[in-house]
Write a protein that binds this ligand. Structure first.
Ligand code: UTP
Length: 294
């Protein structure tokens, strides 16, 4: 029987240098898109995919993430006394929605290293990895789409996206063959190889790995086995490539739209589009944008 996925790991110990100075004293994961921090979008995606055990890998200066998912007695008391029931249920909802565990990554030694910090909390089980600076708007949550593949094949599954050639060097890129799969016509791949941040001329395809993964627990041994790679960091892509030697890995071109909110332009695009889609803000914001763009 294929074991179920109960846990999601959120690496959130990076330095967020692309967002300096905003990230000097506050974590990138707490930057709000409209009124919700980036990490909450990811946590809600995990919940809506059926995962309720959340493991957040934090670093120095990240205590606001812990506070965000904790109970805030003073705030709840104030909202209660002012009869602000809607806001109260929103604030309570965050702390009640999930079980969260935290583990430190003392030095930002790379995404692979951050994931390996969660080894003892994950145990010998498959798990999801969610990078909260990728926000994904989709009808079916992206993690749920990957879980559907995992639950059929029992192997690791990565979310893939087509990326223009001039941007490919920012990603891990796969060499992959299409799997004939009736339900997911031309979207499911079996991965043959992968390269972290290749030059455009060396990229094996235009299919990039984005921040959603379902991983089997063998990944931890693979992370331990690989030396530091691109940028001197322990790369998750290198560990996945190592795992390919004796385990299959699938890639799914997910259905939905991904915003790279770890990048300034991507963050602005997410902010504008999410605001336009909000029933309480959209109309007014649309009118305002017309005056700016006229
Ligand atoms: P990024 O590549 O976006 O790096 O990490 P970063 O440090 O957060 O941001 P920049 O590039 O300096 O602006 C992708 C994800 O992996 C986590 C980050 O927190 C982010 O969620 N990460 C990265 C870690 O947890 N630890 C690391 O050592 C590196």
């Amino acid at each position: 029987m294929i074991p179920k996925v109960h846990k999601a790991v959120f690496p959130a110990a990076g330095l967020g240098t692309r967002f300096l100075p905003a990230t000097k004293a506050q974590p990138k994961e707490m930057l709000p898109v409209v009124d919700k921090p980036l990490i909450q979008y990811g946590v809600e995606e995990a919940m809506h995919s059926g995962i309720q055990d959340i493991i957040i890998v934090t670093g120095r200066g990240k205590s606001s993430i812990e506070d965000h998912f904790d109970v805030s007695f003073e705030l709840e008391h104030l909202l209660e006394s002012k009869n602000k029931t809607d806001m109260l249920s929103q604030v309570r909802g965050i702390s009640e929605m999930i079980d969260v565990c935290y583990i430190r990554q003392k030095e930002a030694l790379g995404l692979g290293h951050a994931v390996s910090r969660a080894k003892d909390l994950v145990g010998p089980e498959p798990f999801a990895v969610i990078l909260s600076d990728d926000i994904i708007a989709s009808e079916i949550p992206c993690v749920r789409q990957l879980l559907d593949v995992y639950e059929y094949y029992g192997a690791s599954v990565l979310a893939l996206m087509e990326v223009p050639k001039d941007q490919i060097s920012a990603y891990g890129v796969v060499d992959a063959e299409l799997v004939a799969d009736n339900g997911r016509e031309n979207r499911l791949y079996r991965i043959r190889n992968m390269v972290e941040k290749p030059k455009p001329e060396d990229a094996p395809s235009n299919l990039a790995i984005i921040g959603r993964y379902i991983l089997t627990p063998e990944i931890f041994e693979c992370i331990e086995a690989v030396p530091p790679g691109s940028g001197g960091e322990i790369q998750l892509t290198d560990a996945l490539k190592y795992m390919l030697r004796n385990r299959p890995i699938y890639g799914l071109k997910f259905e939905g739209k991904r915003y790279d909110a770890g990048d300034k332009l991507g963050f602005l695009k997410a902010t504008v589009e999410f605001a336009l889609n909000r029933h309480d803000l959209g109309d007014q914001f649309r009118e305002y944008l017309k005056t700016v763009c006229a």
